[in-house]
Design a protein around this ligand. Structure first.
Ligand code: GLC
Length: 718
């Protein structure tokens, strides 16, 4: 095969069964018995024949350059079509050098960090034989019980769209380099809206909610050039995505104009039967191909049934041809017909894995992703003090989070080790105190003794990687086990104490936050996470992370998010005490820590918010400007946030919506003017007819340091 391959001519040379084979994706274990490739879903007996393996079009989860080379060679030897396999894998926040989880990257509010993550991941992955990553995941999330919030960048549509574009840019570049890999944006659509945050649960949204909040981030990634889209497991309007023509053809193909490859999630095609919208494999294959699913991942209804459906005239062969052409086009774009082995290079890959440059990259992003939630004059810590590291995350290498299996082969420093490297053995003591998730309190005494002999205490608490990610929904999102009881014991010593949380979601920490004098959310900070944590704790880096997902006051408050509607009976801050308003009688309406929130080791003052005009027509723009001054003693990076509220619409409108953000780094006493241009496009929303419109009327422009801390000024769209 050579680069001049004409894919339409090539298509004509294929038999129907060879064409159908291109629509099949199998795990690497099908191609080589002893593959160490990752299995990321139920491995049902697919009833795939040996012959059908050598007509498959793509592989997922390959484990190394060596394996990829072996599979491709064997395939090209055995396959009749000699059309190279596409290799795909879940590279969600790094390949071997692991970045902080995407939720953490989102909290850096620095889009360049997503680009960097994409570039570094693509370099390591392409050398290891991967052509496509199943990333970015841009599902909007509003429920921290759902384990996959760790893969998202949070609760805001606009921000998720911006980060989705940045990840795509990082992975794909212009696809001219062998070290670029194609992006598969997922999970289409609205997987993050599973009821009760329960994994794989039903999603049921109004069309307006779907279009206003859940769809735009996929569209942004597609407009950035994402080459693939993955269907989600859930229903949309009562029909699972992988059999949903409205979603996959009307919206994805017609409205969004997506011309790339649509792949199902693992097993999602066959699950049409389990959902109860197909009676057998044949009906499954019919519904999925009619809906426009090009590649069936890890089930084999297409292989088993599509040829019959075509022979019986129930499915037009053109539908299959369209799907195959999209796959051949992608293979051609990725250069497979020129070089079936892409950038595979085992030696180079090993040199690249966790090289200094990549370690520095993940450390930088980790520093910027951490969010300082509370600090009653404990941080930054002083170097020459004795430190007790207490807690189950204190000497743990479980710092990578979900979707990081390649990363586990790297040497990862624990927090205790990083502190010892920095301070020396004499100043660092450690006691686990308790396990991460059991009721054993027998370690409390020793932990209390170790802590009492120190000057300061670092309480390292949180979750295991398995407590979030896919299949990681938790109904109770407090600290697992007896960690909070351990914290109570240690806090009673009244030592300067900082709690460092390692988690894949916002946890319910209301009682802890009332007692702990300082709390740093470190998420799962990746390969260099421990060092990054010490650099923040000791002030080498002034924390600049801001939450992109609310911390609930209580699990009963969920879903809680910043862009809520007013309701007809809002609970007003200075409103009268009455029963008959929208409230809980036992907790506040506000989250414990809101969207956009995060502390710094310095302070910023916002003054002089003004508009270039208080009126704008649809053809005009106005500029909102504000002065921001660093009134503290340390340099710091502030994320200035612009929110807009539409005071009256033909449907209810949120109290505020993020429409822009700018990161500025200020020296002590430095003041700058930050400008935002407000455009008519920013004021559009899906009205009662699901039309994307802007309507004349009054708006607030609000600028500040978090969704709960803004200055506002009114303007009118005329
Ligand atoms: C999983 C996940 C999806 C992943 C796919 C392939 O079930 O839902 O995000 O990309 O399977 O591993």
């Amino acid at each position: 095969m050579n680069k001049e391959v004409n894919i339409k001519e090539l298509l004509k040379e294929l038999s129907l069964s060879e064409k159908i084979g291109q629509l099949q994706q199998l795990a690497s274990t099908f191609f080589i018995e002893n593959s160490k490739g990752e299995l990321t879903g139920p491995l049902k007996d697919l009833g795939i024949s040996e012959d059908e393996i050598w007509t498959a079009g793509s592989v997922l989860g390959v484990n190394s350059a060596e394996e990829a080379y072996e599979i491709q060679s064997k395939y090209l030897e055995k396959s009749n079509s000699k059309i190279p396999l596409l290799f795909m894998a879940d590279i969600i926040h790094g390949y071997r050098t692991i970045f902080p989880i995407p939720l953490a990257i989102g909290c850096s509010w620095n889009l360049e960090n997503a680009v960097l993550c994409g570039q570094v991941s693509a370099k390591e992955a392409s050398l290891s034989g991967v052509h496509v990553t199943f990333s970015p995941m841009v599902d909007l999330v509003r429920d921290p019980r759902w384990g996959r919030v760790m893969e998202s960048t949070g609760e805001d549509t606009y921000l998720n769209g911006e980060f989705g574009k940045a990840f795509v840019k990082g992975y794909q570049g212009d696809l001219s380099s062998p070290y670029n890999i194609a992006s598969c944006v997922k999970h289409f659509a609205a997987y993050g809206a599973v009821e009760a945050g329960r994994e794989y649960n039903t999603v049921d949204l109004s069309d307006r909610q779907l279009k206003e909040y859940y769809l735009p981030s996929y569209k942004e990634s597609i407009d950035e050039g994402a080459k693939m889209v993955m269907t989600s497991f859930n229903t949309i309007n009562g029909i699972p995505a992988s059999g949903n023509k409205y979603l996959m053809r009307d919206i994805l193909r017609d409205d969004f104009g997506f011309e790339g490859v649509a792949i199902s999630d693992w097993g999602a095609v066959l699950e049409l039967m389990v959902h109860g919208v197909a009676a057998d494999d044949k009906e499954v294959a019919y519904k999925a191909i009619e809906a426009g699913v090009d590649i069936e991942m890890m089930t084999s209804c297409y292989n088993k049934e599509l040829e019959k459906l075509v022979r019986e005239g129930k499915v037009k062969e053109e539908l299959i041809d369209e799907a195959v052409l999209r796959i051949l086009k992608l293979k051609k774009e990725l250069g497979l017909f020129v070089n079936a082995y892409g950038a595979i290079d085992e030696r180079k890959a090993k040199e690249m894995f966790s090289c200094d440059k990549h370690r520095e990259a993940v450390k930088k992003v980790a520093r910027e992703s951490m969010v300082l939630l509370k600090n009653d004059d404990v941080l930054p810590l002083k170097e020459n003090k004795r430190v007790a590291v207490i807690g189950p995350k204190g000497n743990s290498i479980d710092l990578l989070g979900g979707w990081s299996w390649q990363g586990k082969k790297e040497k990862i420093a624990t927090l205790k080790e990083a502190l010892t490297n920095r301070l020396g053995e004499n100043l660092v003591s450690y006691a686990e105190g308790c396990h991460i998730d059991d009721n054993d309190e027998s370690g409390f005494t020793e932990a209390t003794r170790v802590a009492s002999e120190s000057d300061i205490v670092i309480l390292a608490l949180g979750e295991t990687s398995e407590m979030s990610g896919e299949g990681g929904s938790r109904a109770n999102i407090g600290l697992p086990g007896v960690q909070e009881k351990l914290a109570d014991e240690i806090l009673r010593l009244n030592k300067p104490t900082v709690v460092v949380l390692f988690s894949g979601r916002p946890l319910e920490i209301t009682s802890l936050s009332a007692k702990a004098p300082a709390i740093l959310e470190a998420w799962f900070p990746g390969t260099e996470g421990s060092t990054a944590v010490t650099e923040v704790l000791y002030g080498d880096y002034n924390p600049s992370g801001r939450l992109t997902m609310s911390f609930p006051y209580a699990v009963g408050q969920i879903p809680v998010y910043y862009n809520y509607y007013n309701t007809g009976r809002p609970k007003l801050p200075d409103g009268e005490e009455t029963r008959y308003i929208s409230q809980f009688i036992d907790i506040p309406n506000e989250p414990l820590y809101p969207f956009g929130y995060g502390l710094s080791y310095t302070r910023y003052e916002y003054t002089d918010l003004k508009l270039s005009s208080n009126e704008m027509t649809k053809d005009e723009e106005i500029v909102a400007s504000v002065k921001v001054k660093n009134v503290g003693k340390r340099e710091g990076t502030e994320t200035v946030q612009l929110y807009i509220r539409d005071l009256v619409g033909s449907t209810v409108r949120p109290m505020k919506e993020l429409k822009g953000f700018k990161q500025i780094t200020l020296e002590p006493q430095e003041e700058v003017i930050v400008n935002f241009t407000i455009t008519e496009r920013m004021l559009r929303y899906y009205d009662m007819n699901c039309e994307l419109v802007s309507e004349p009327g009054d708006f607030y422009a609000m600028i500040g340091s978090s969704s709960e801390n803004t200055h506002k000024v009114k303007f009118e769209l005329v």
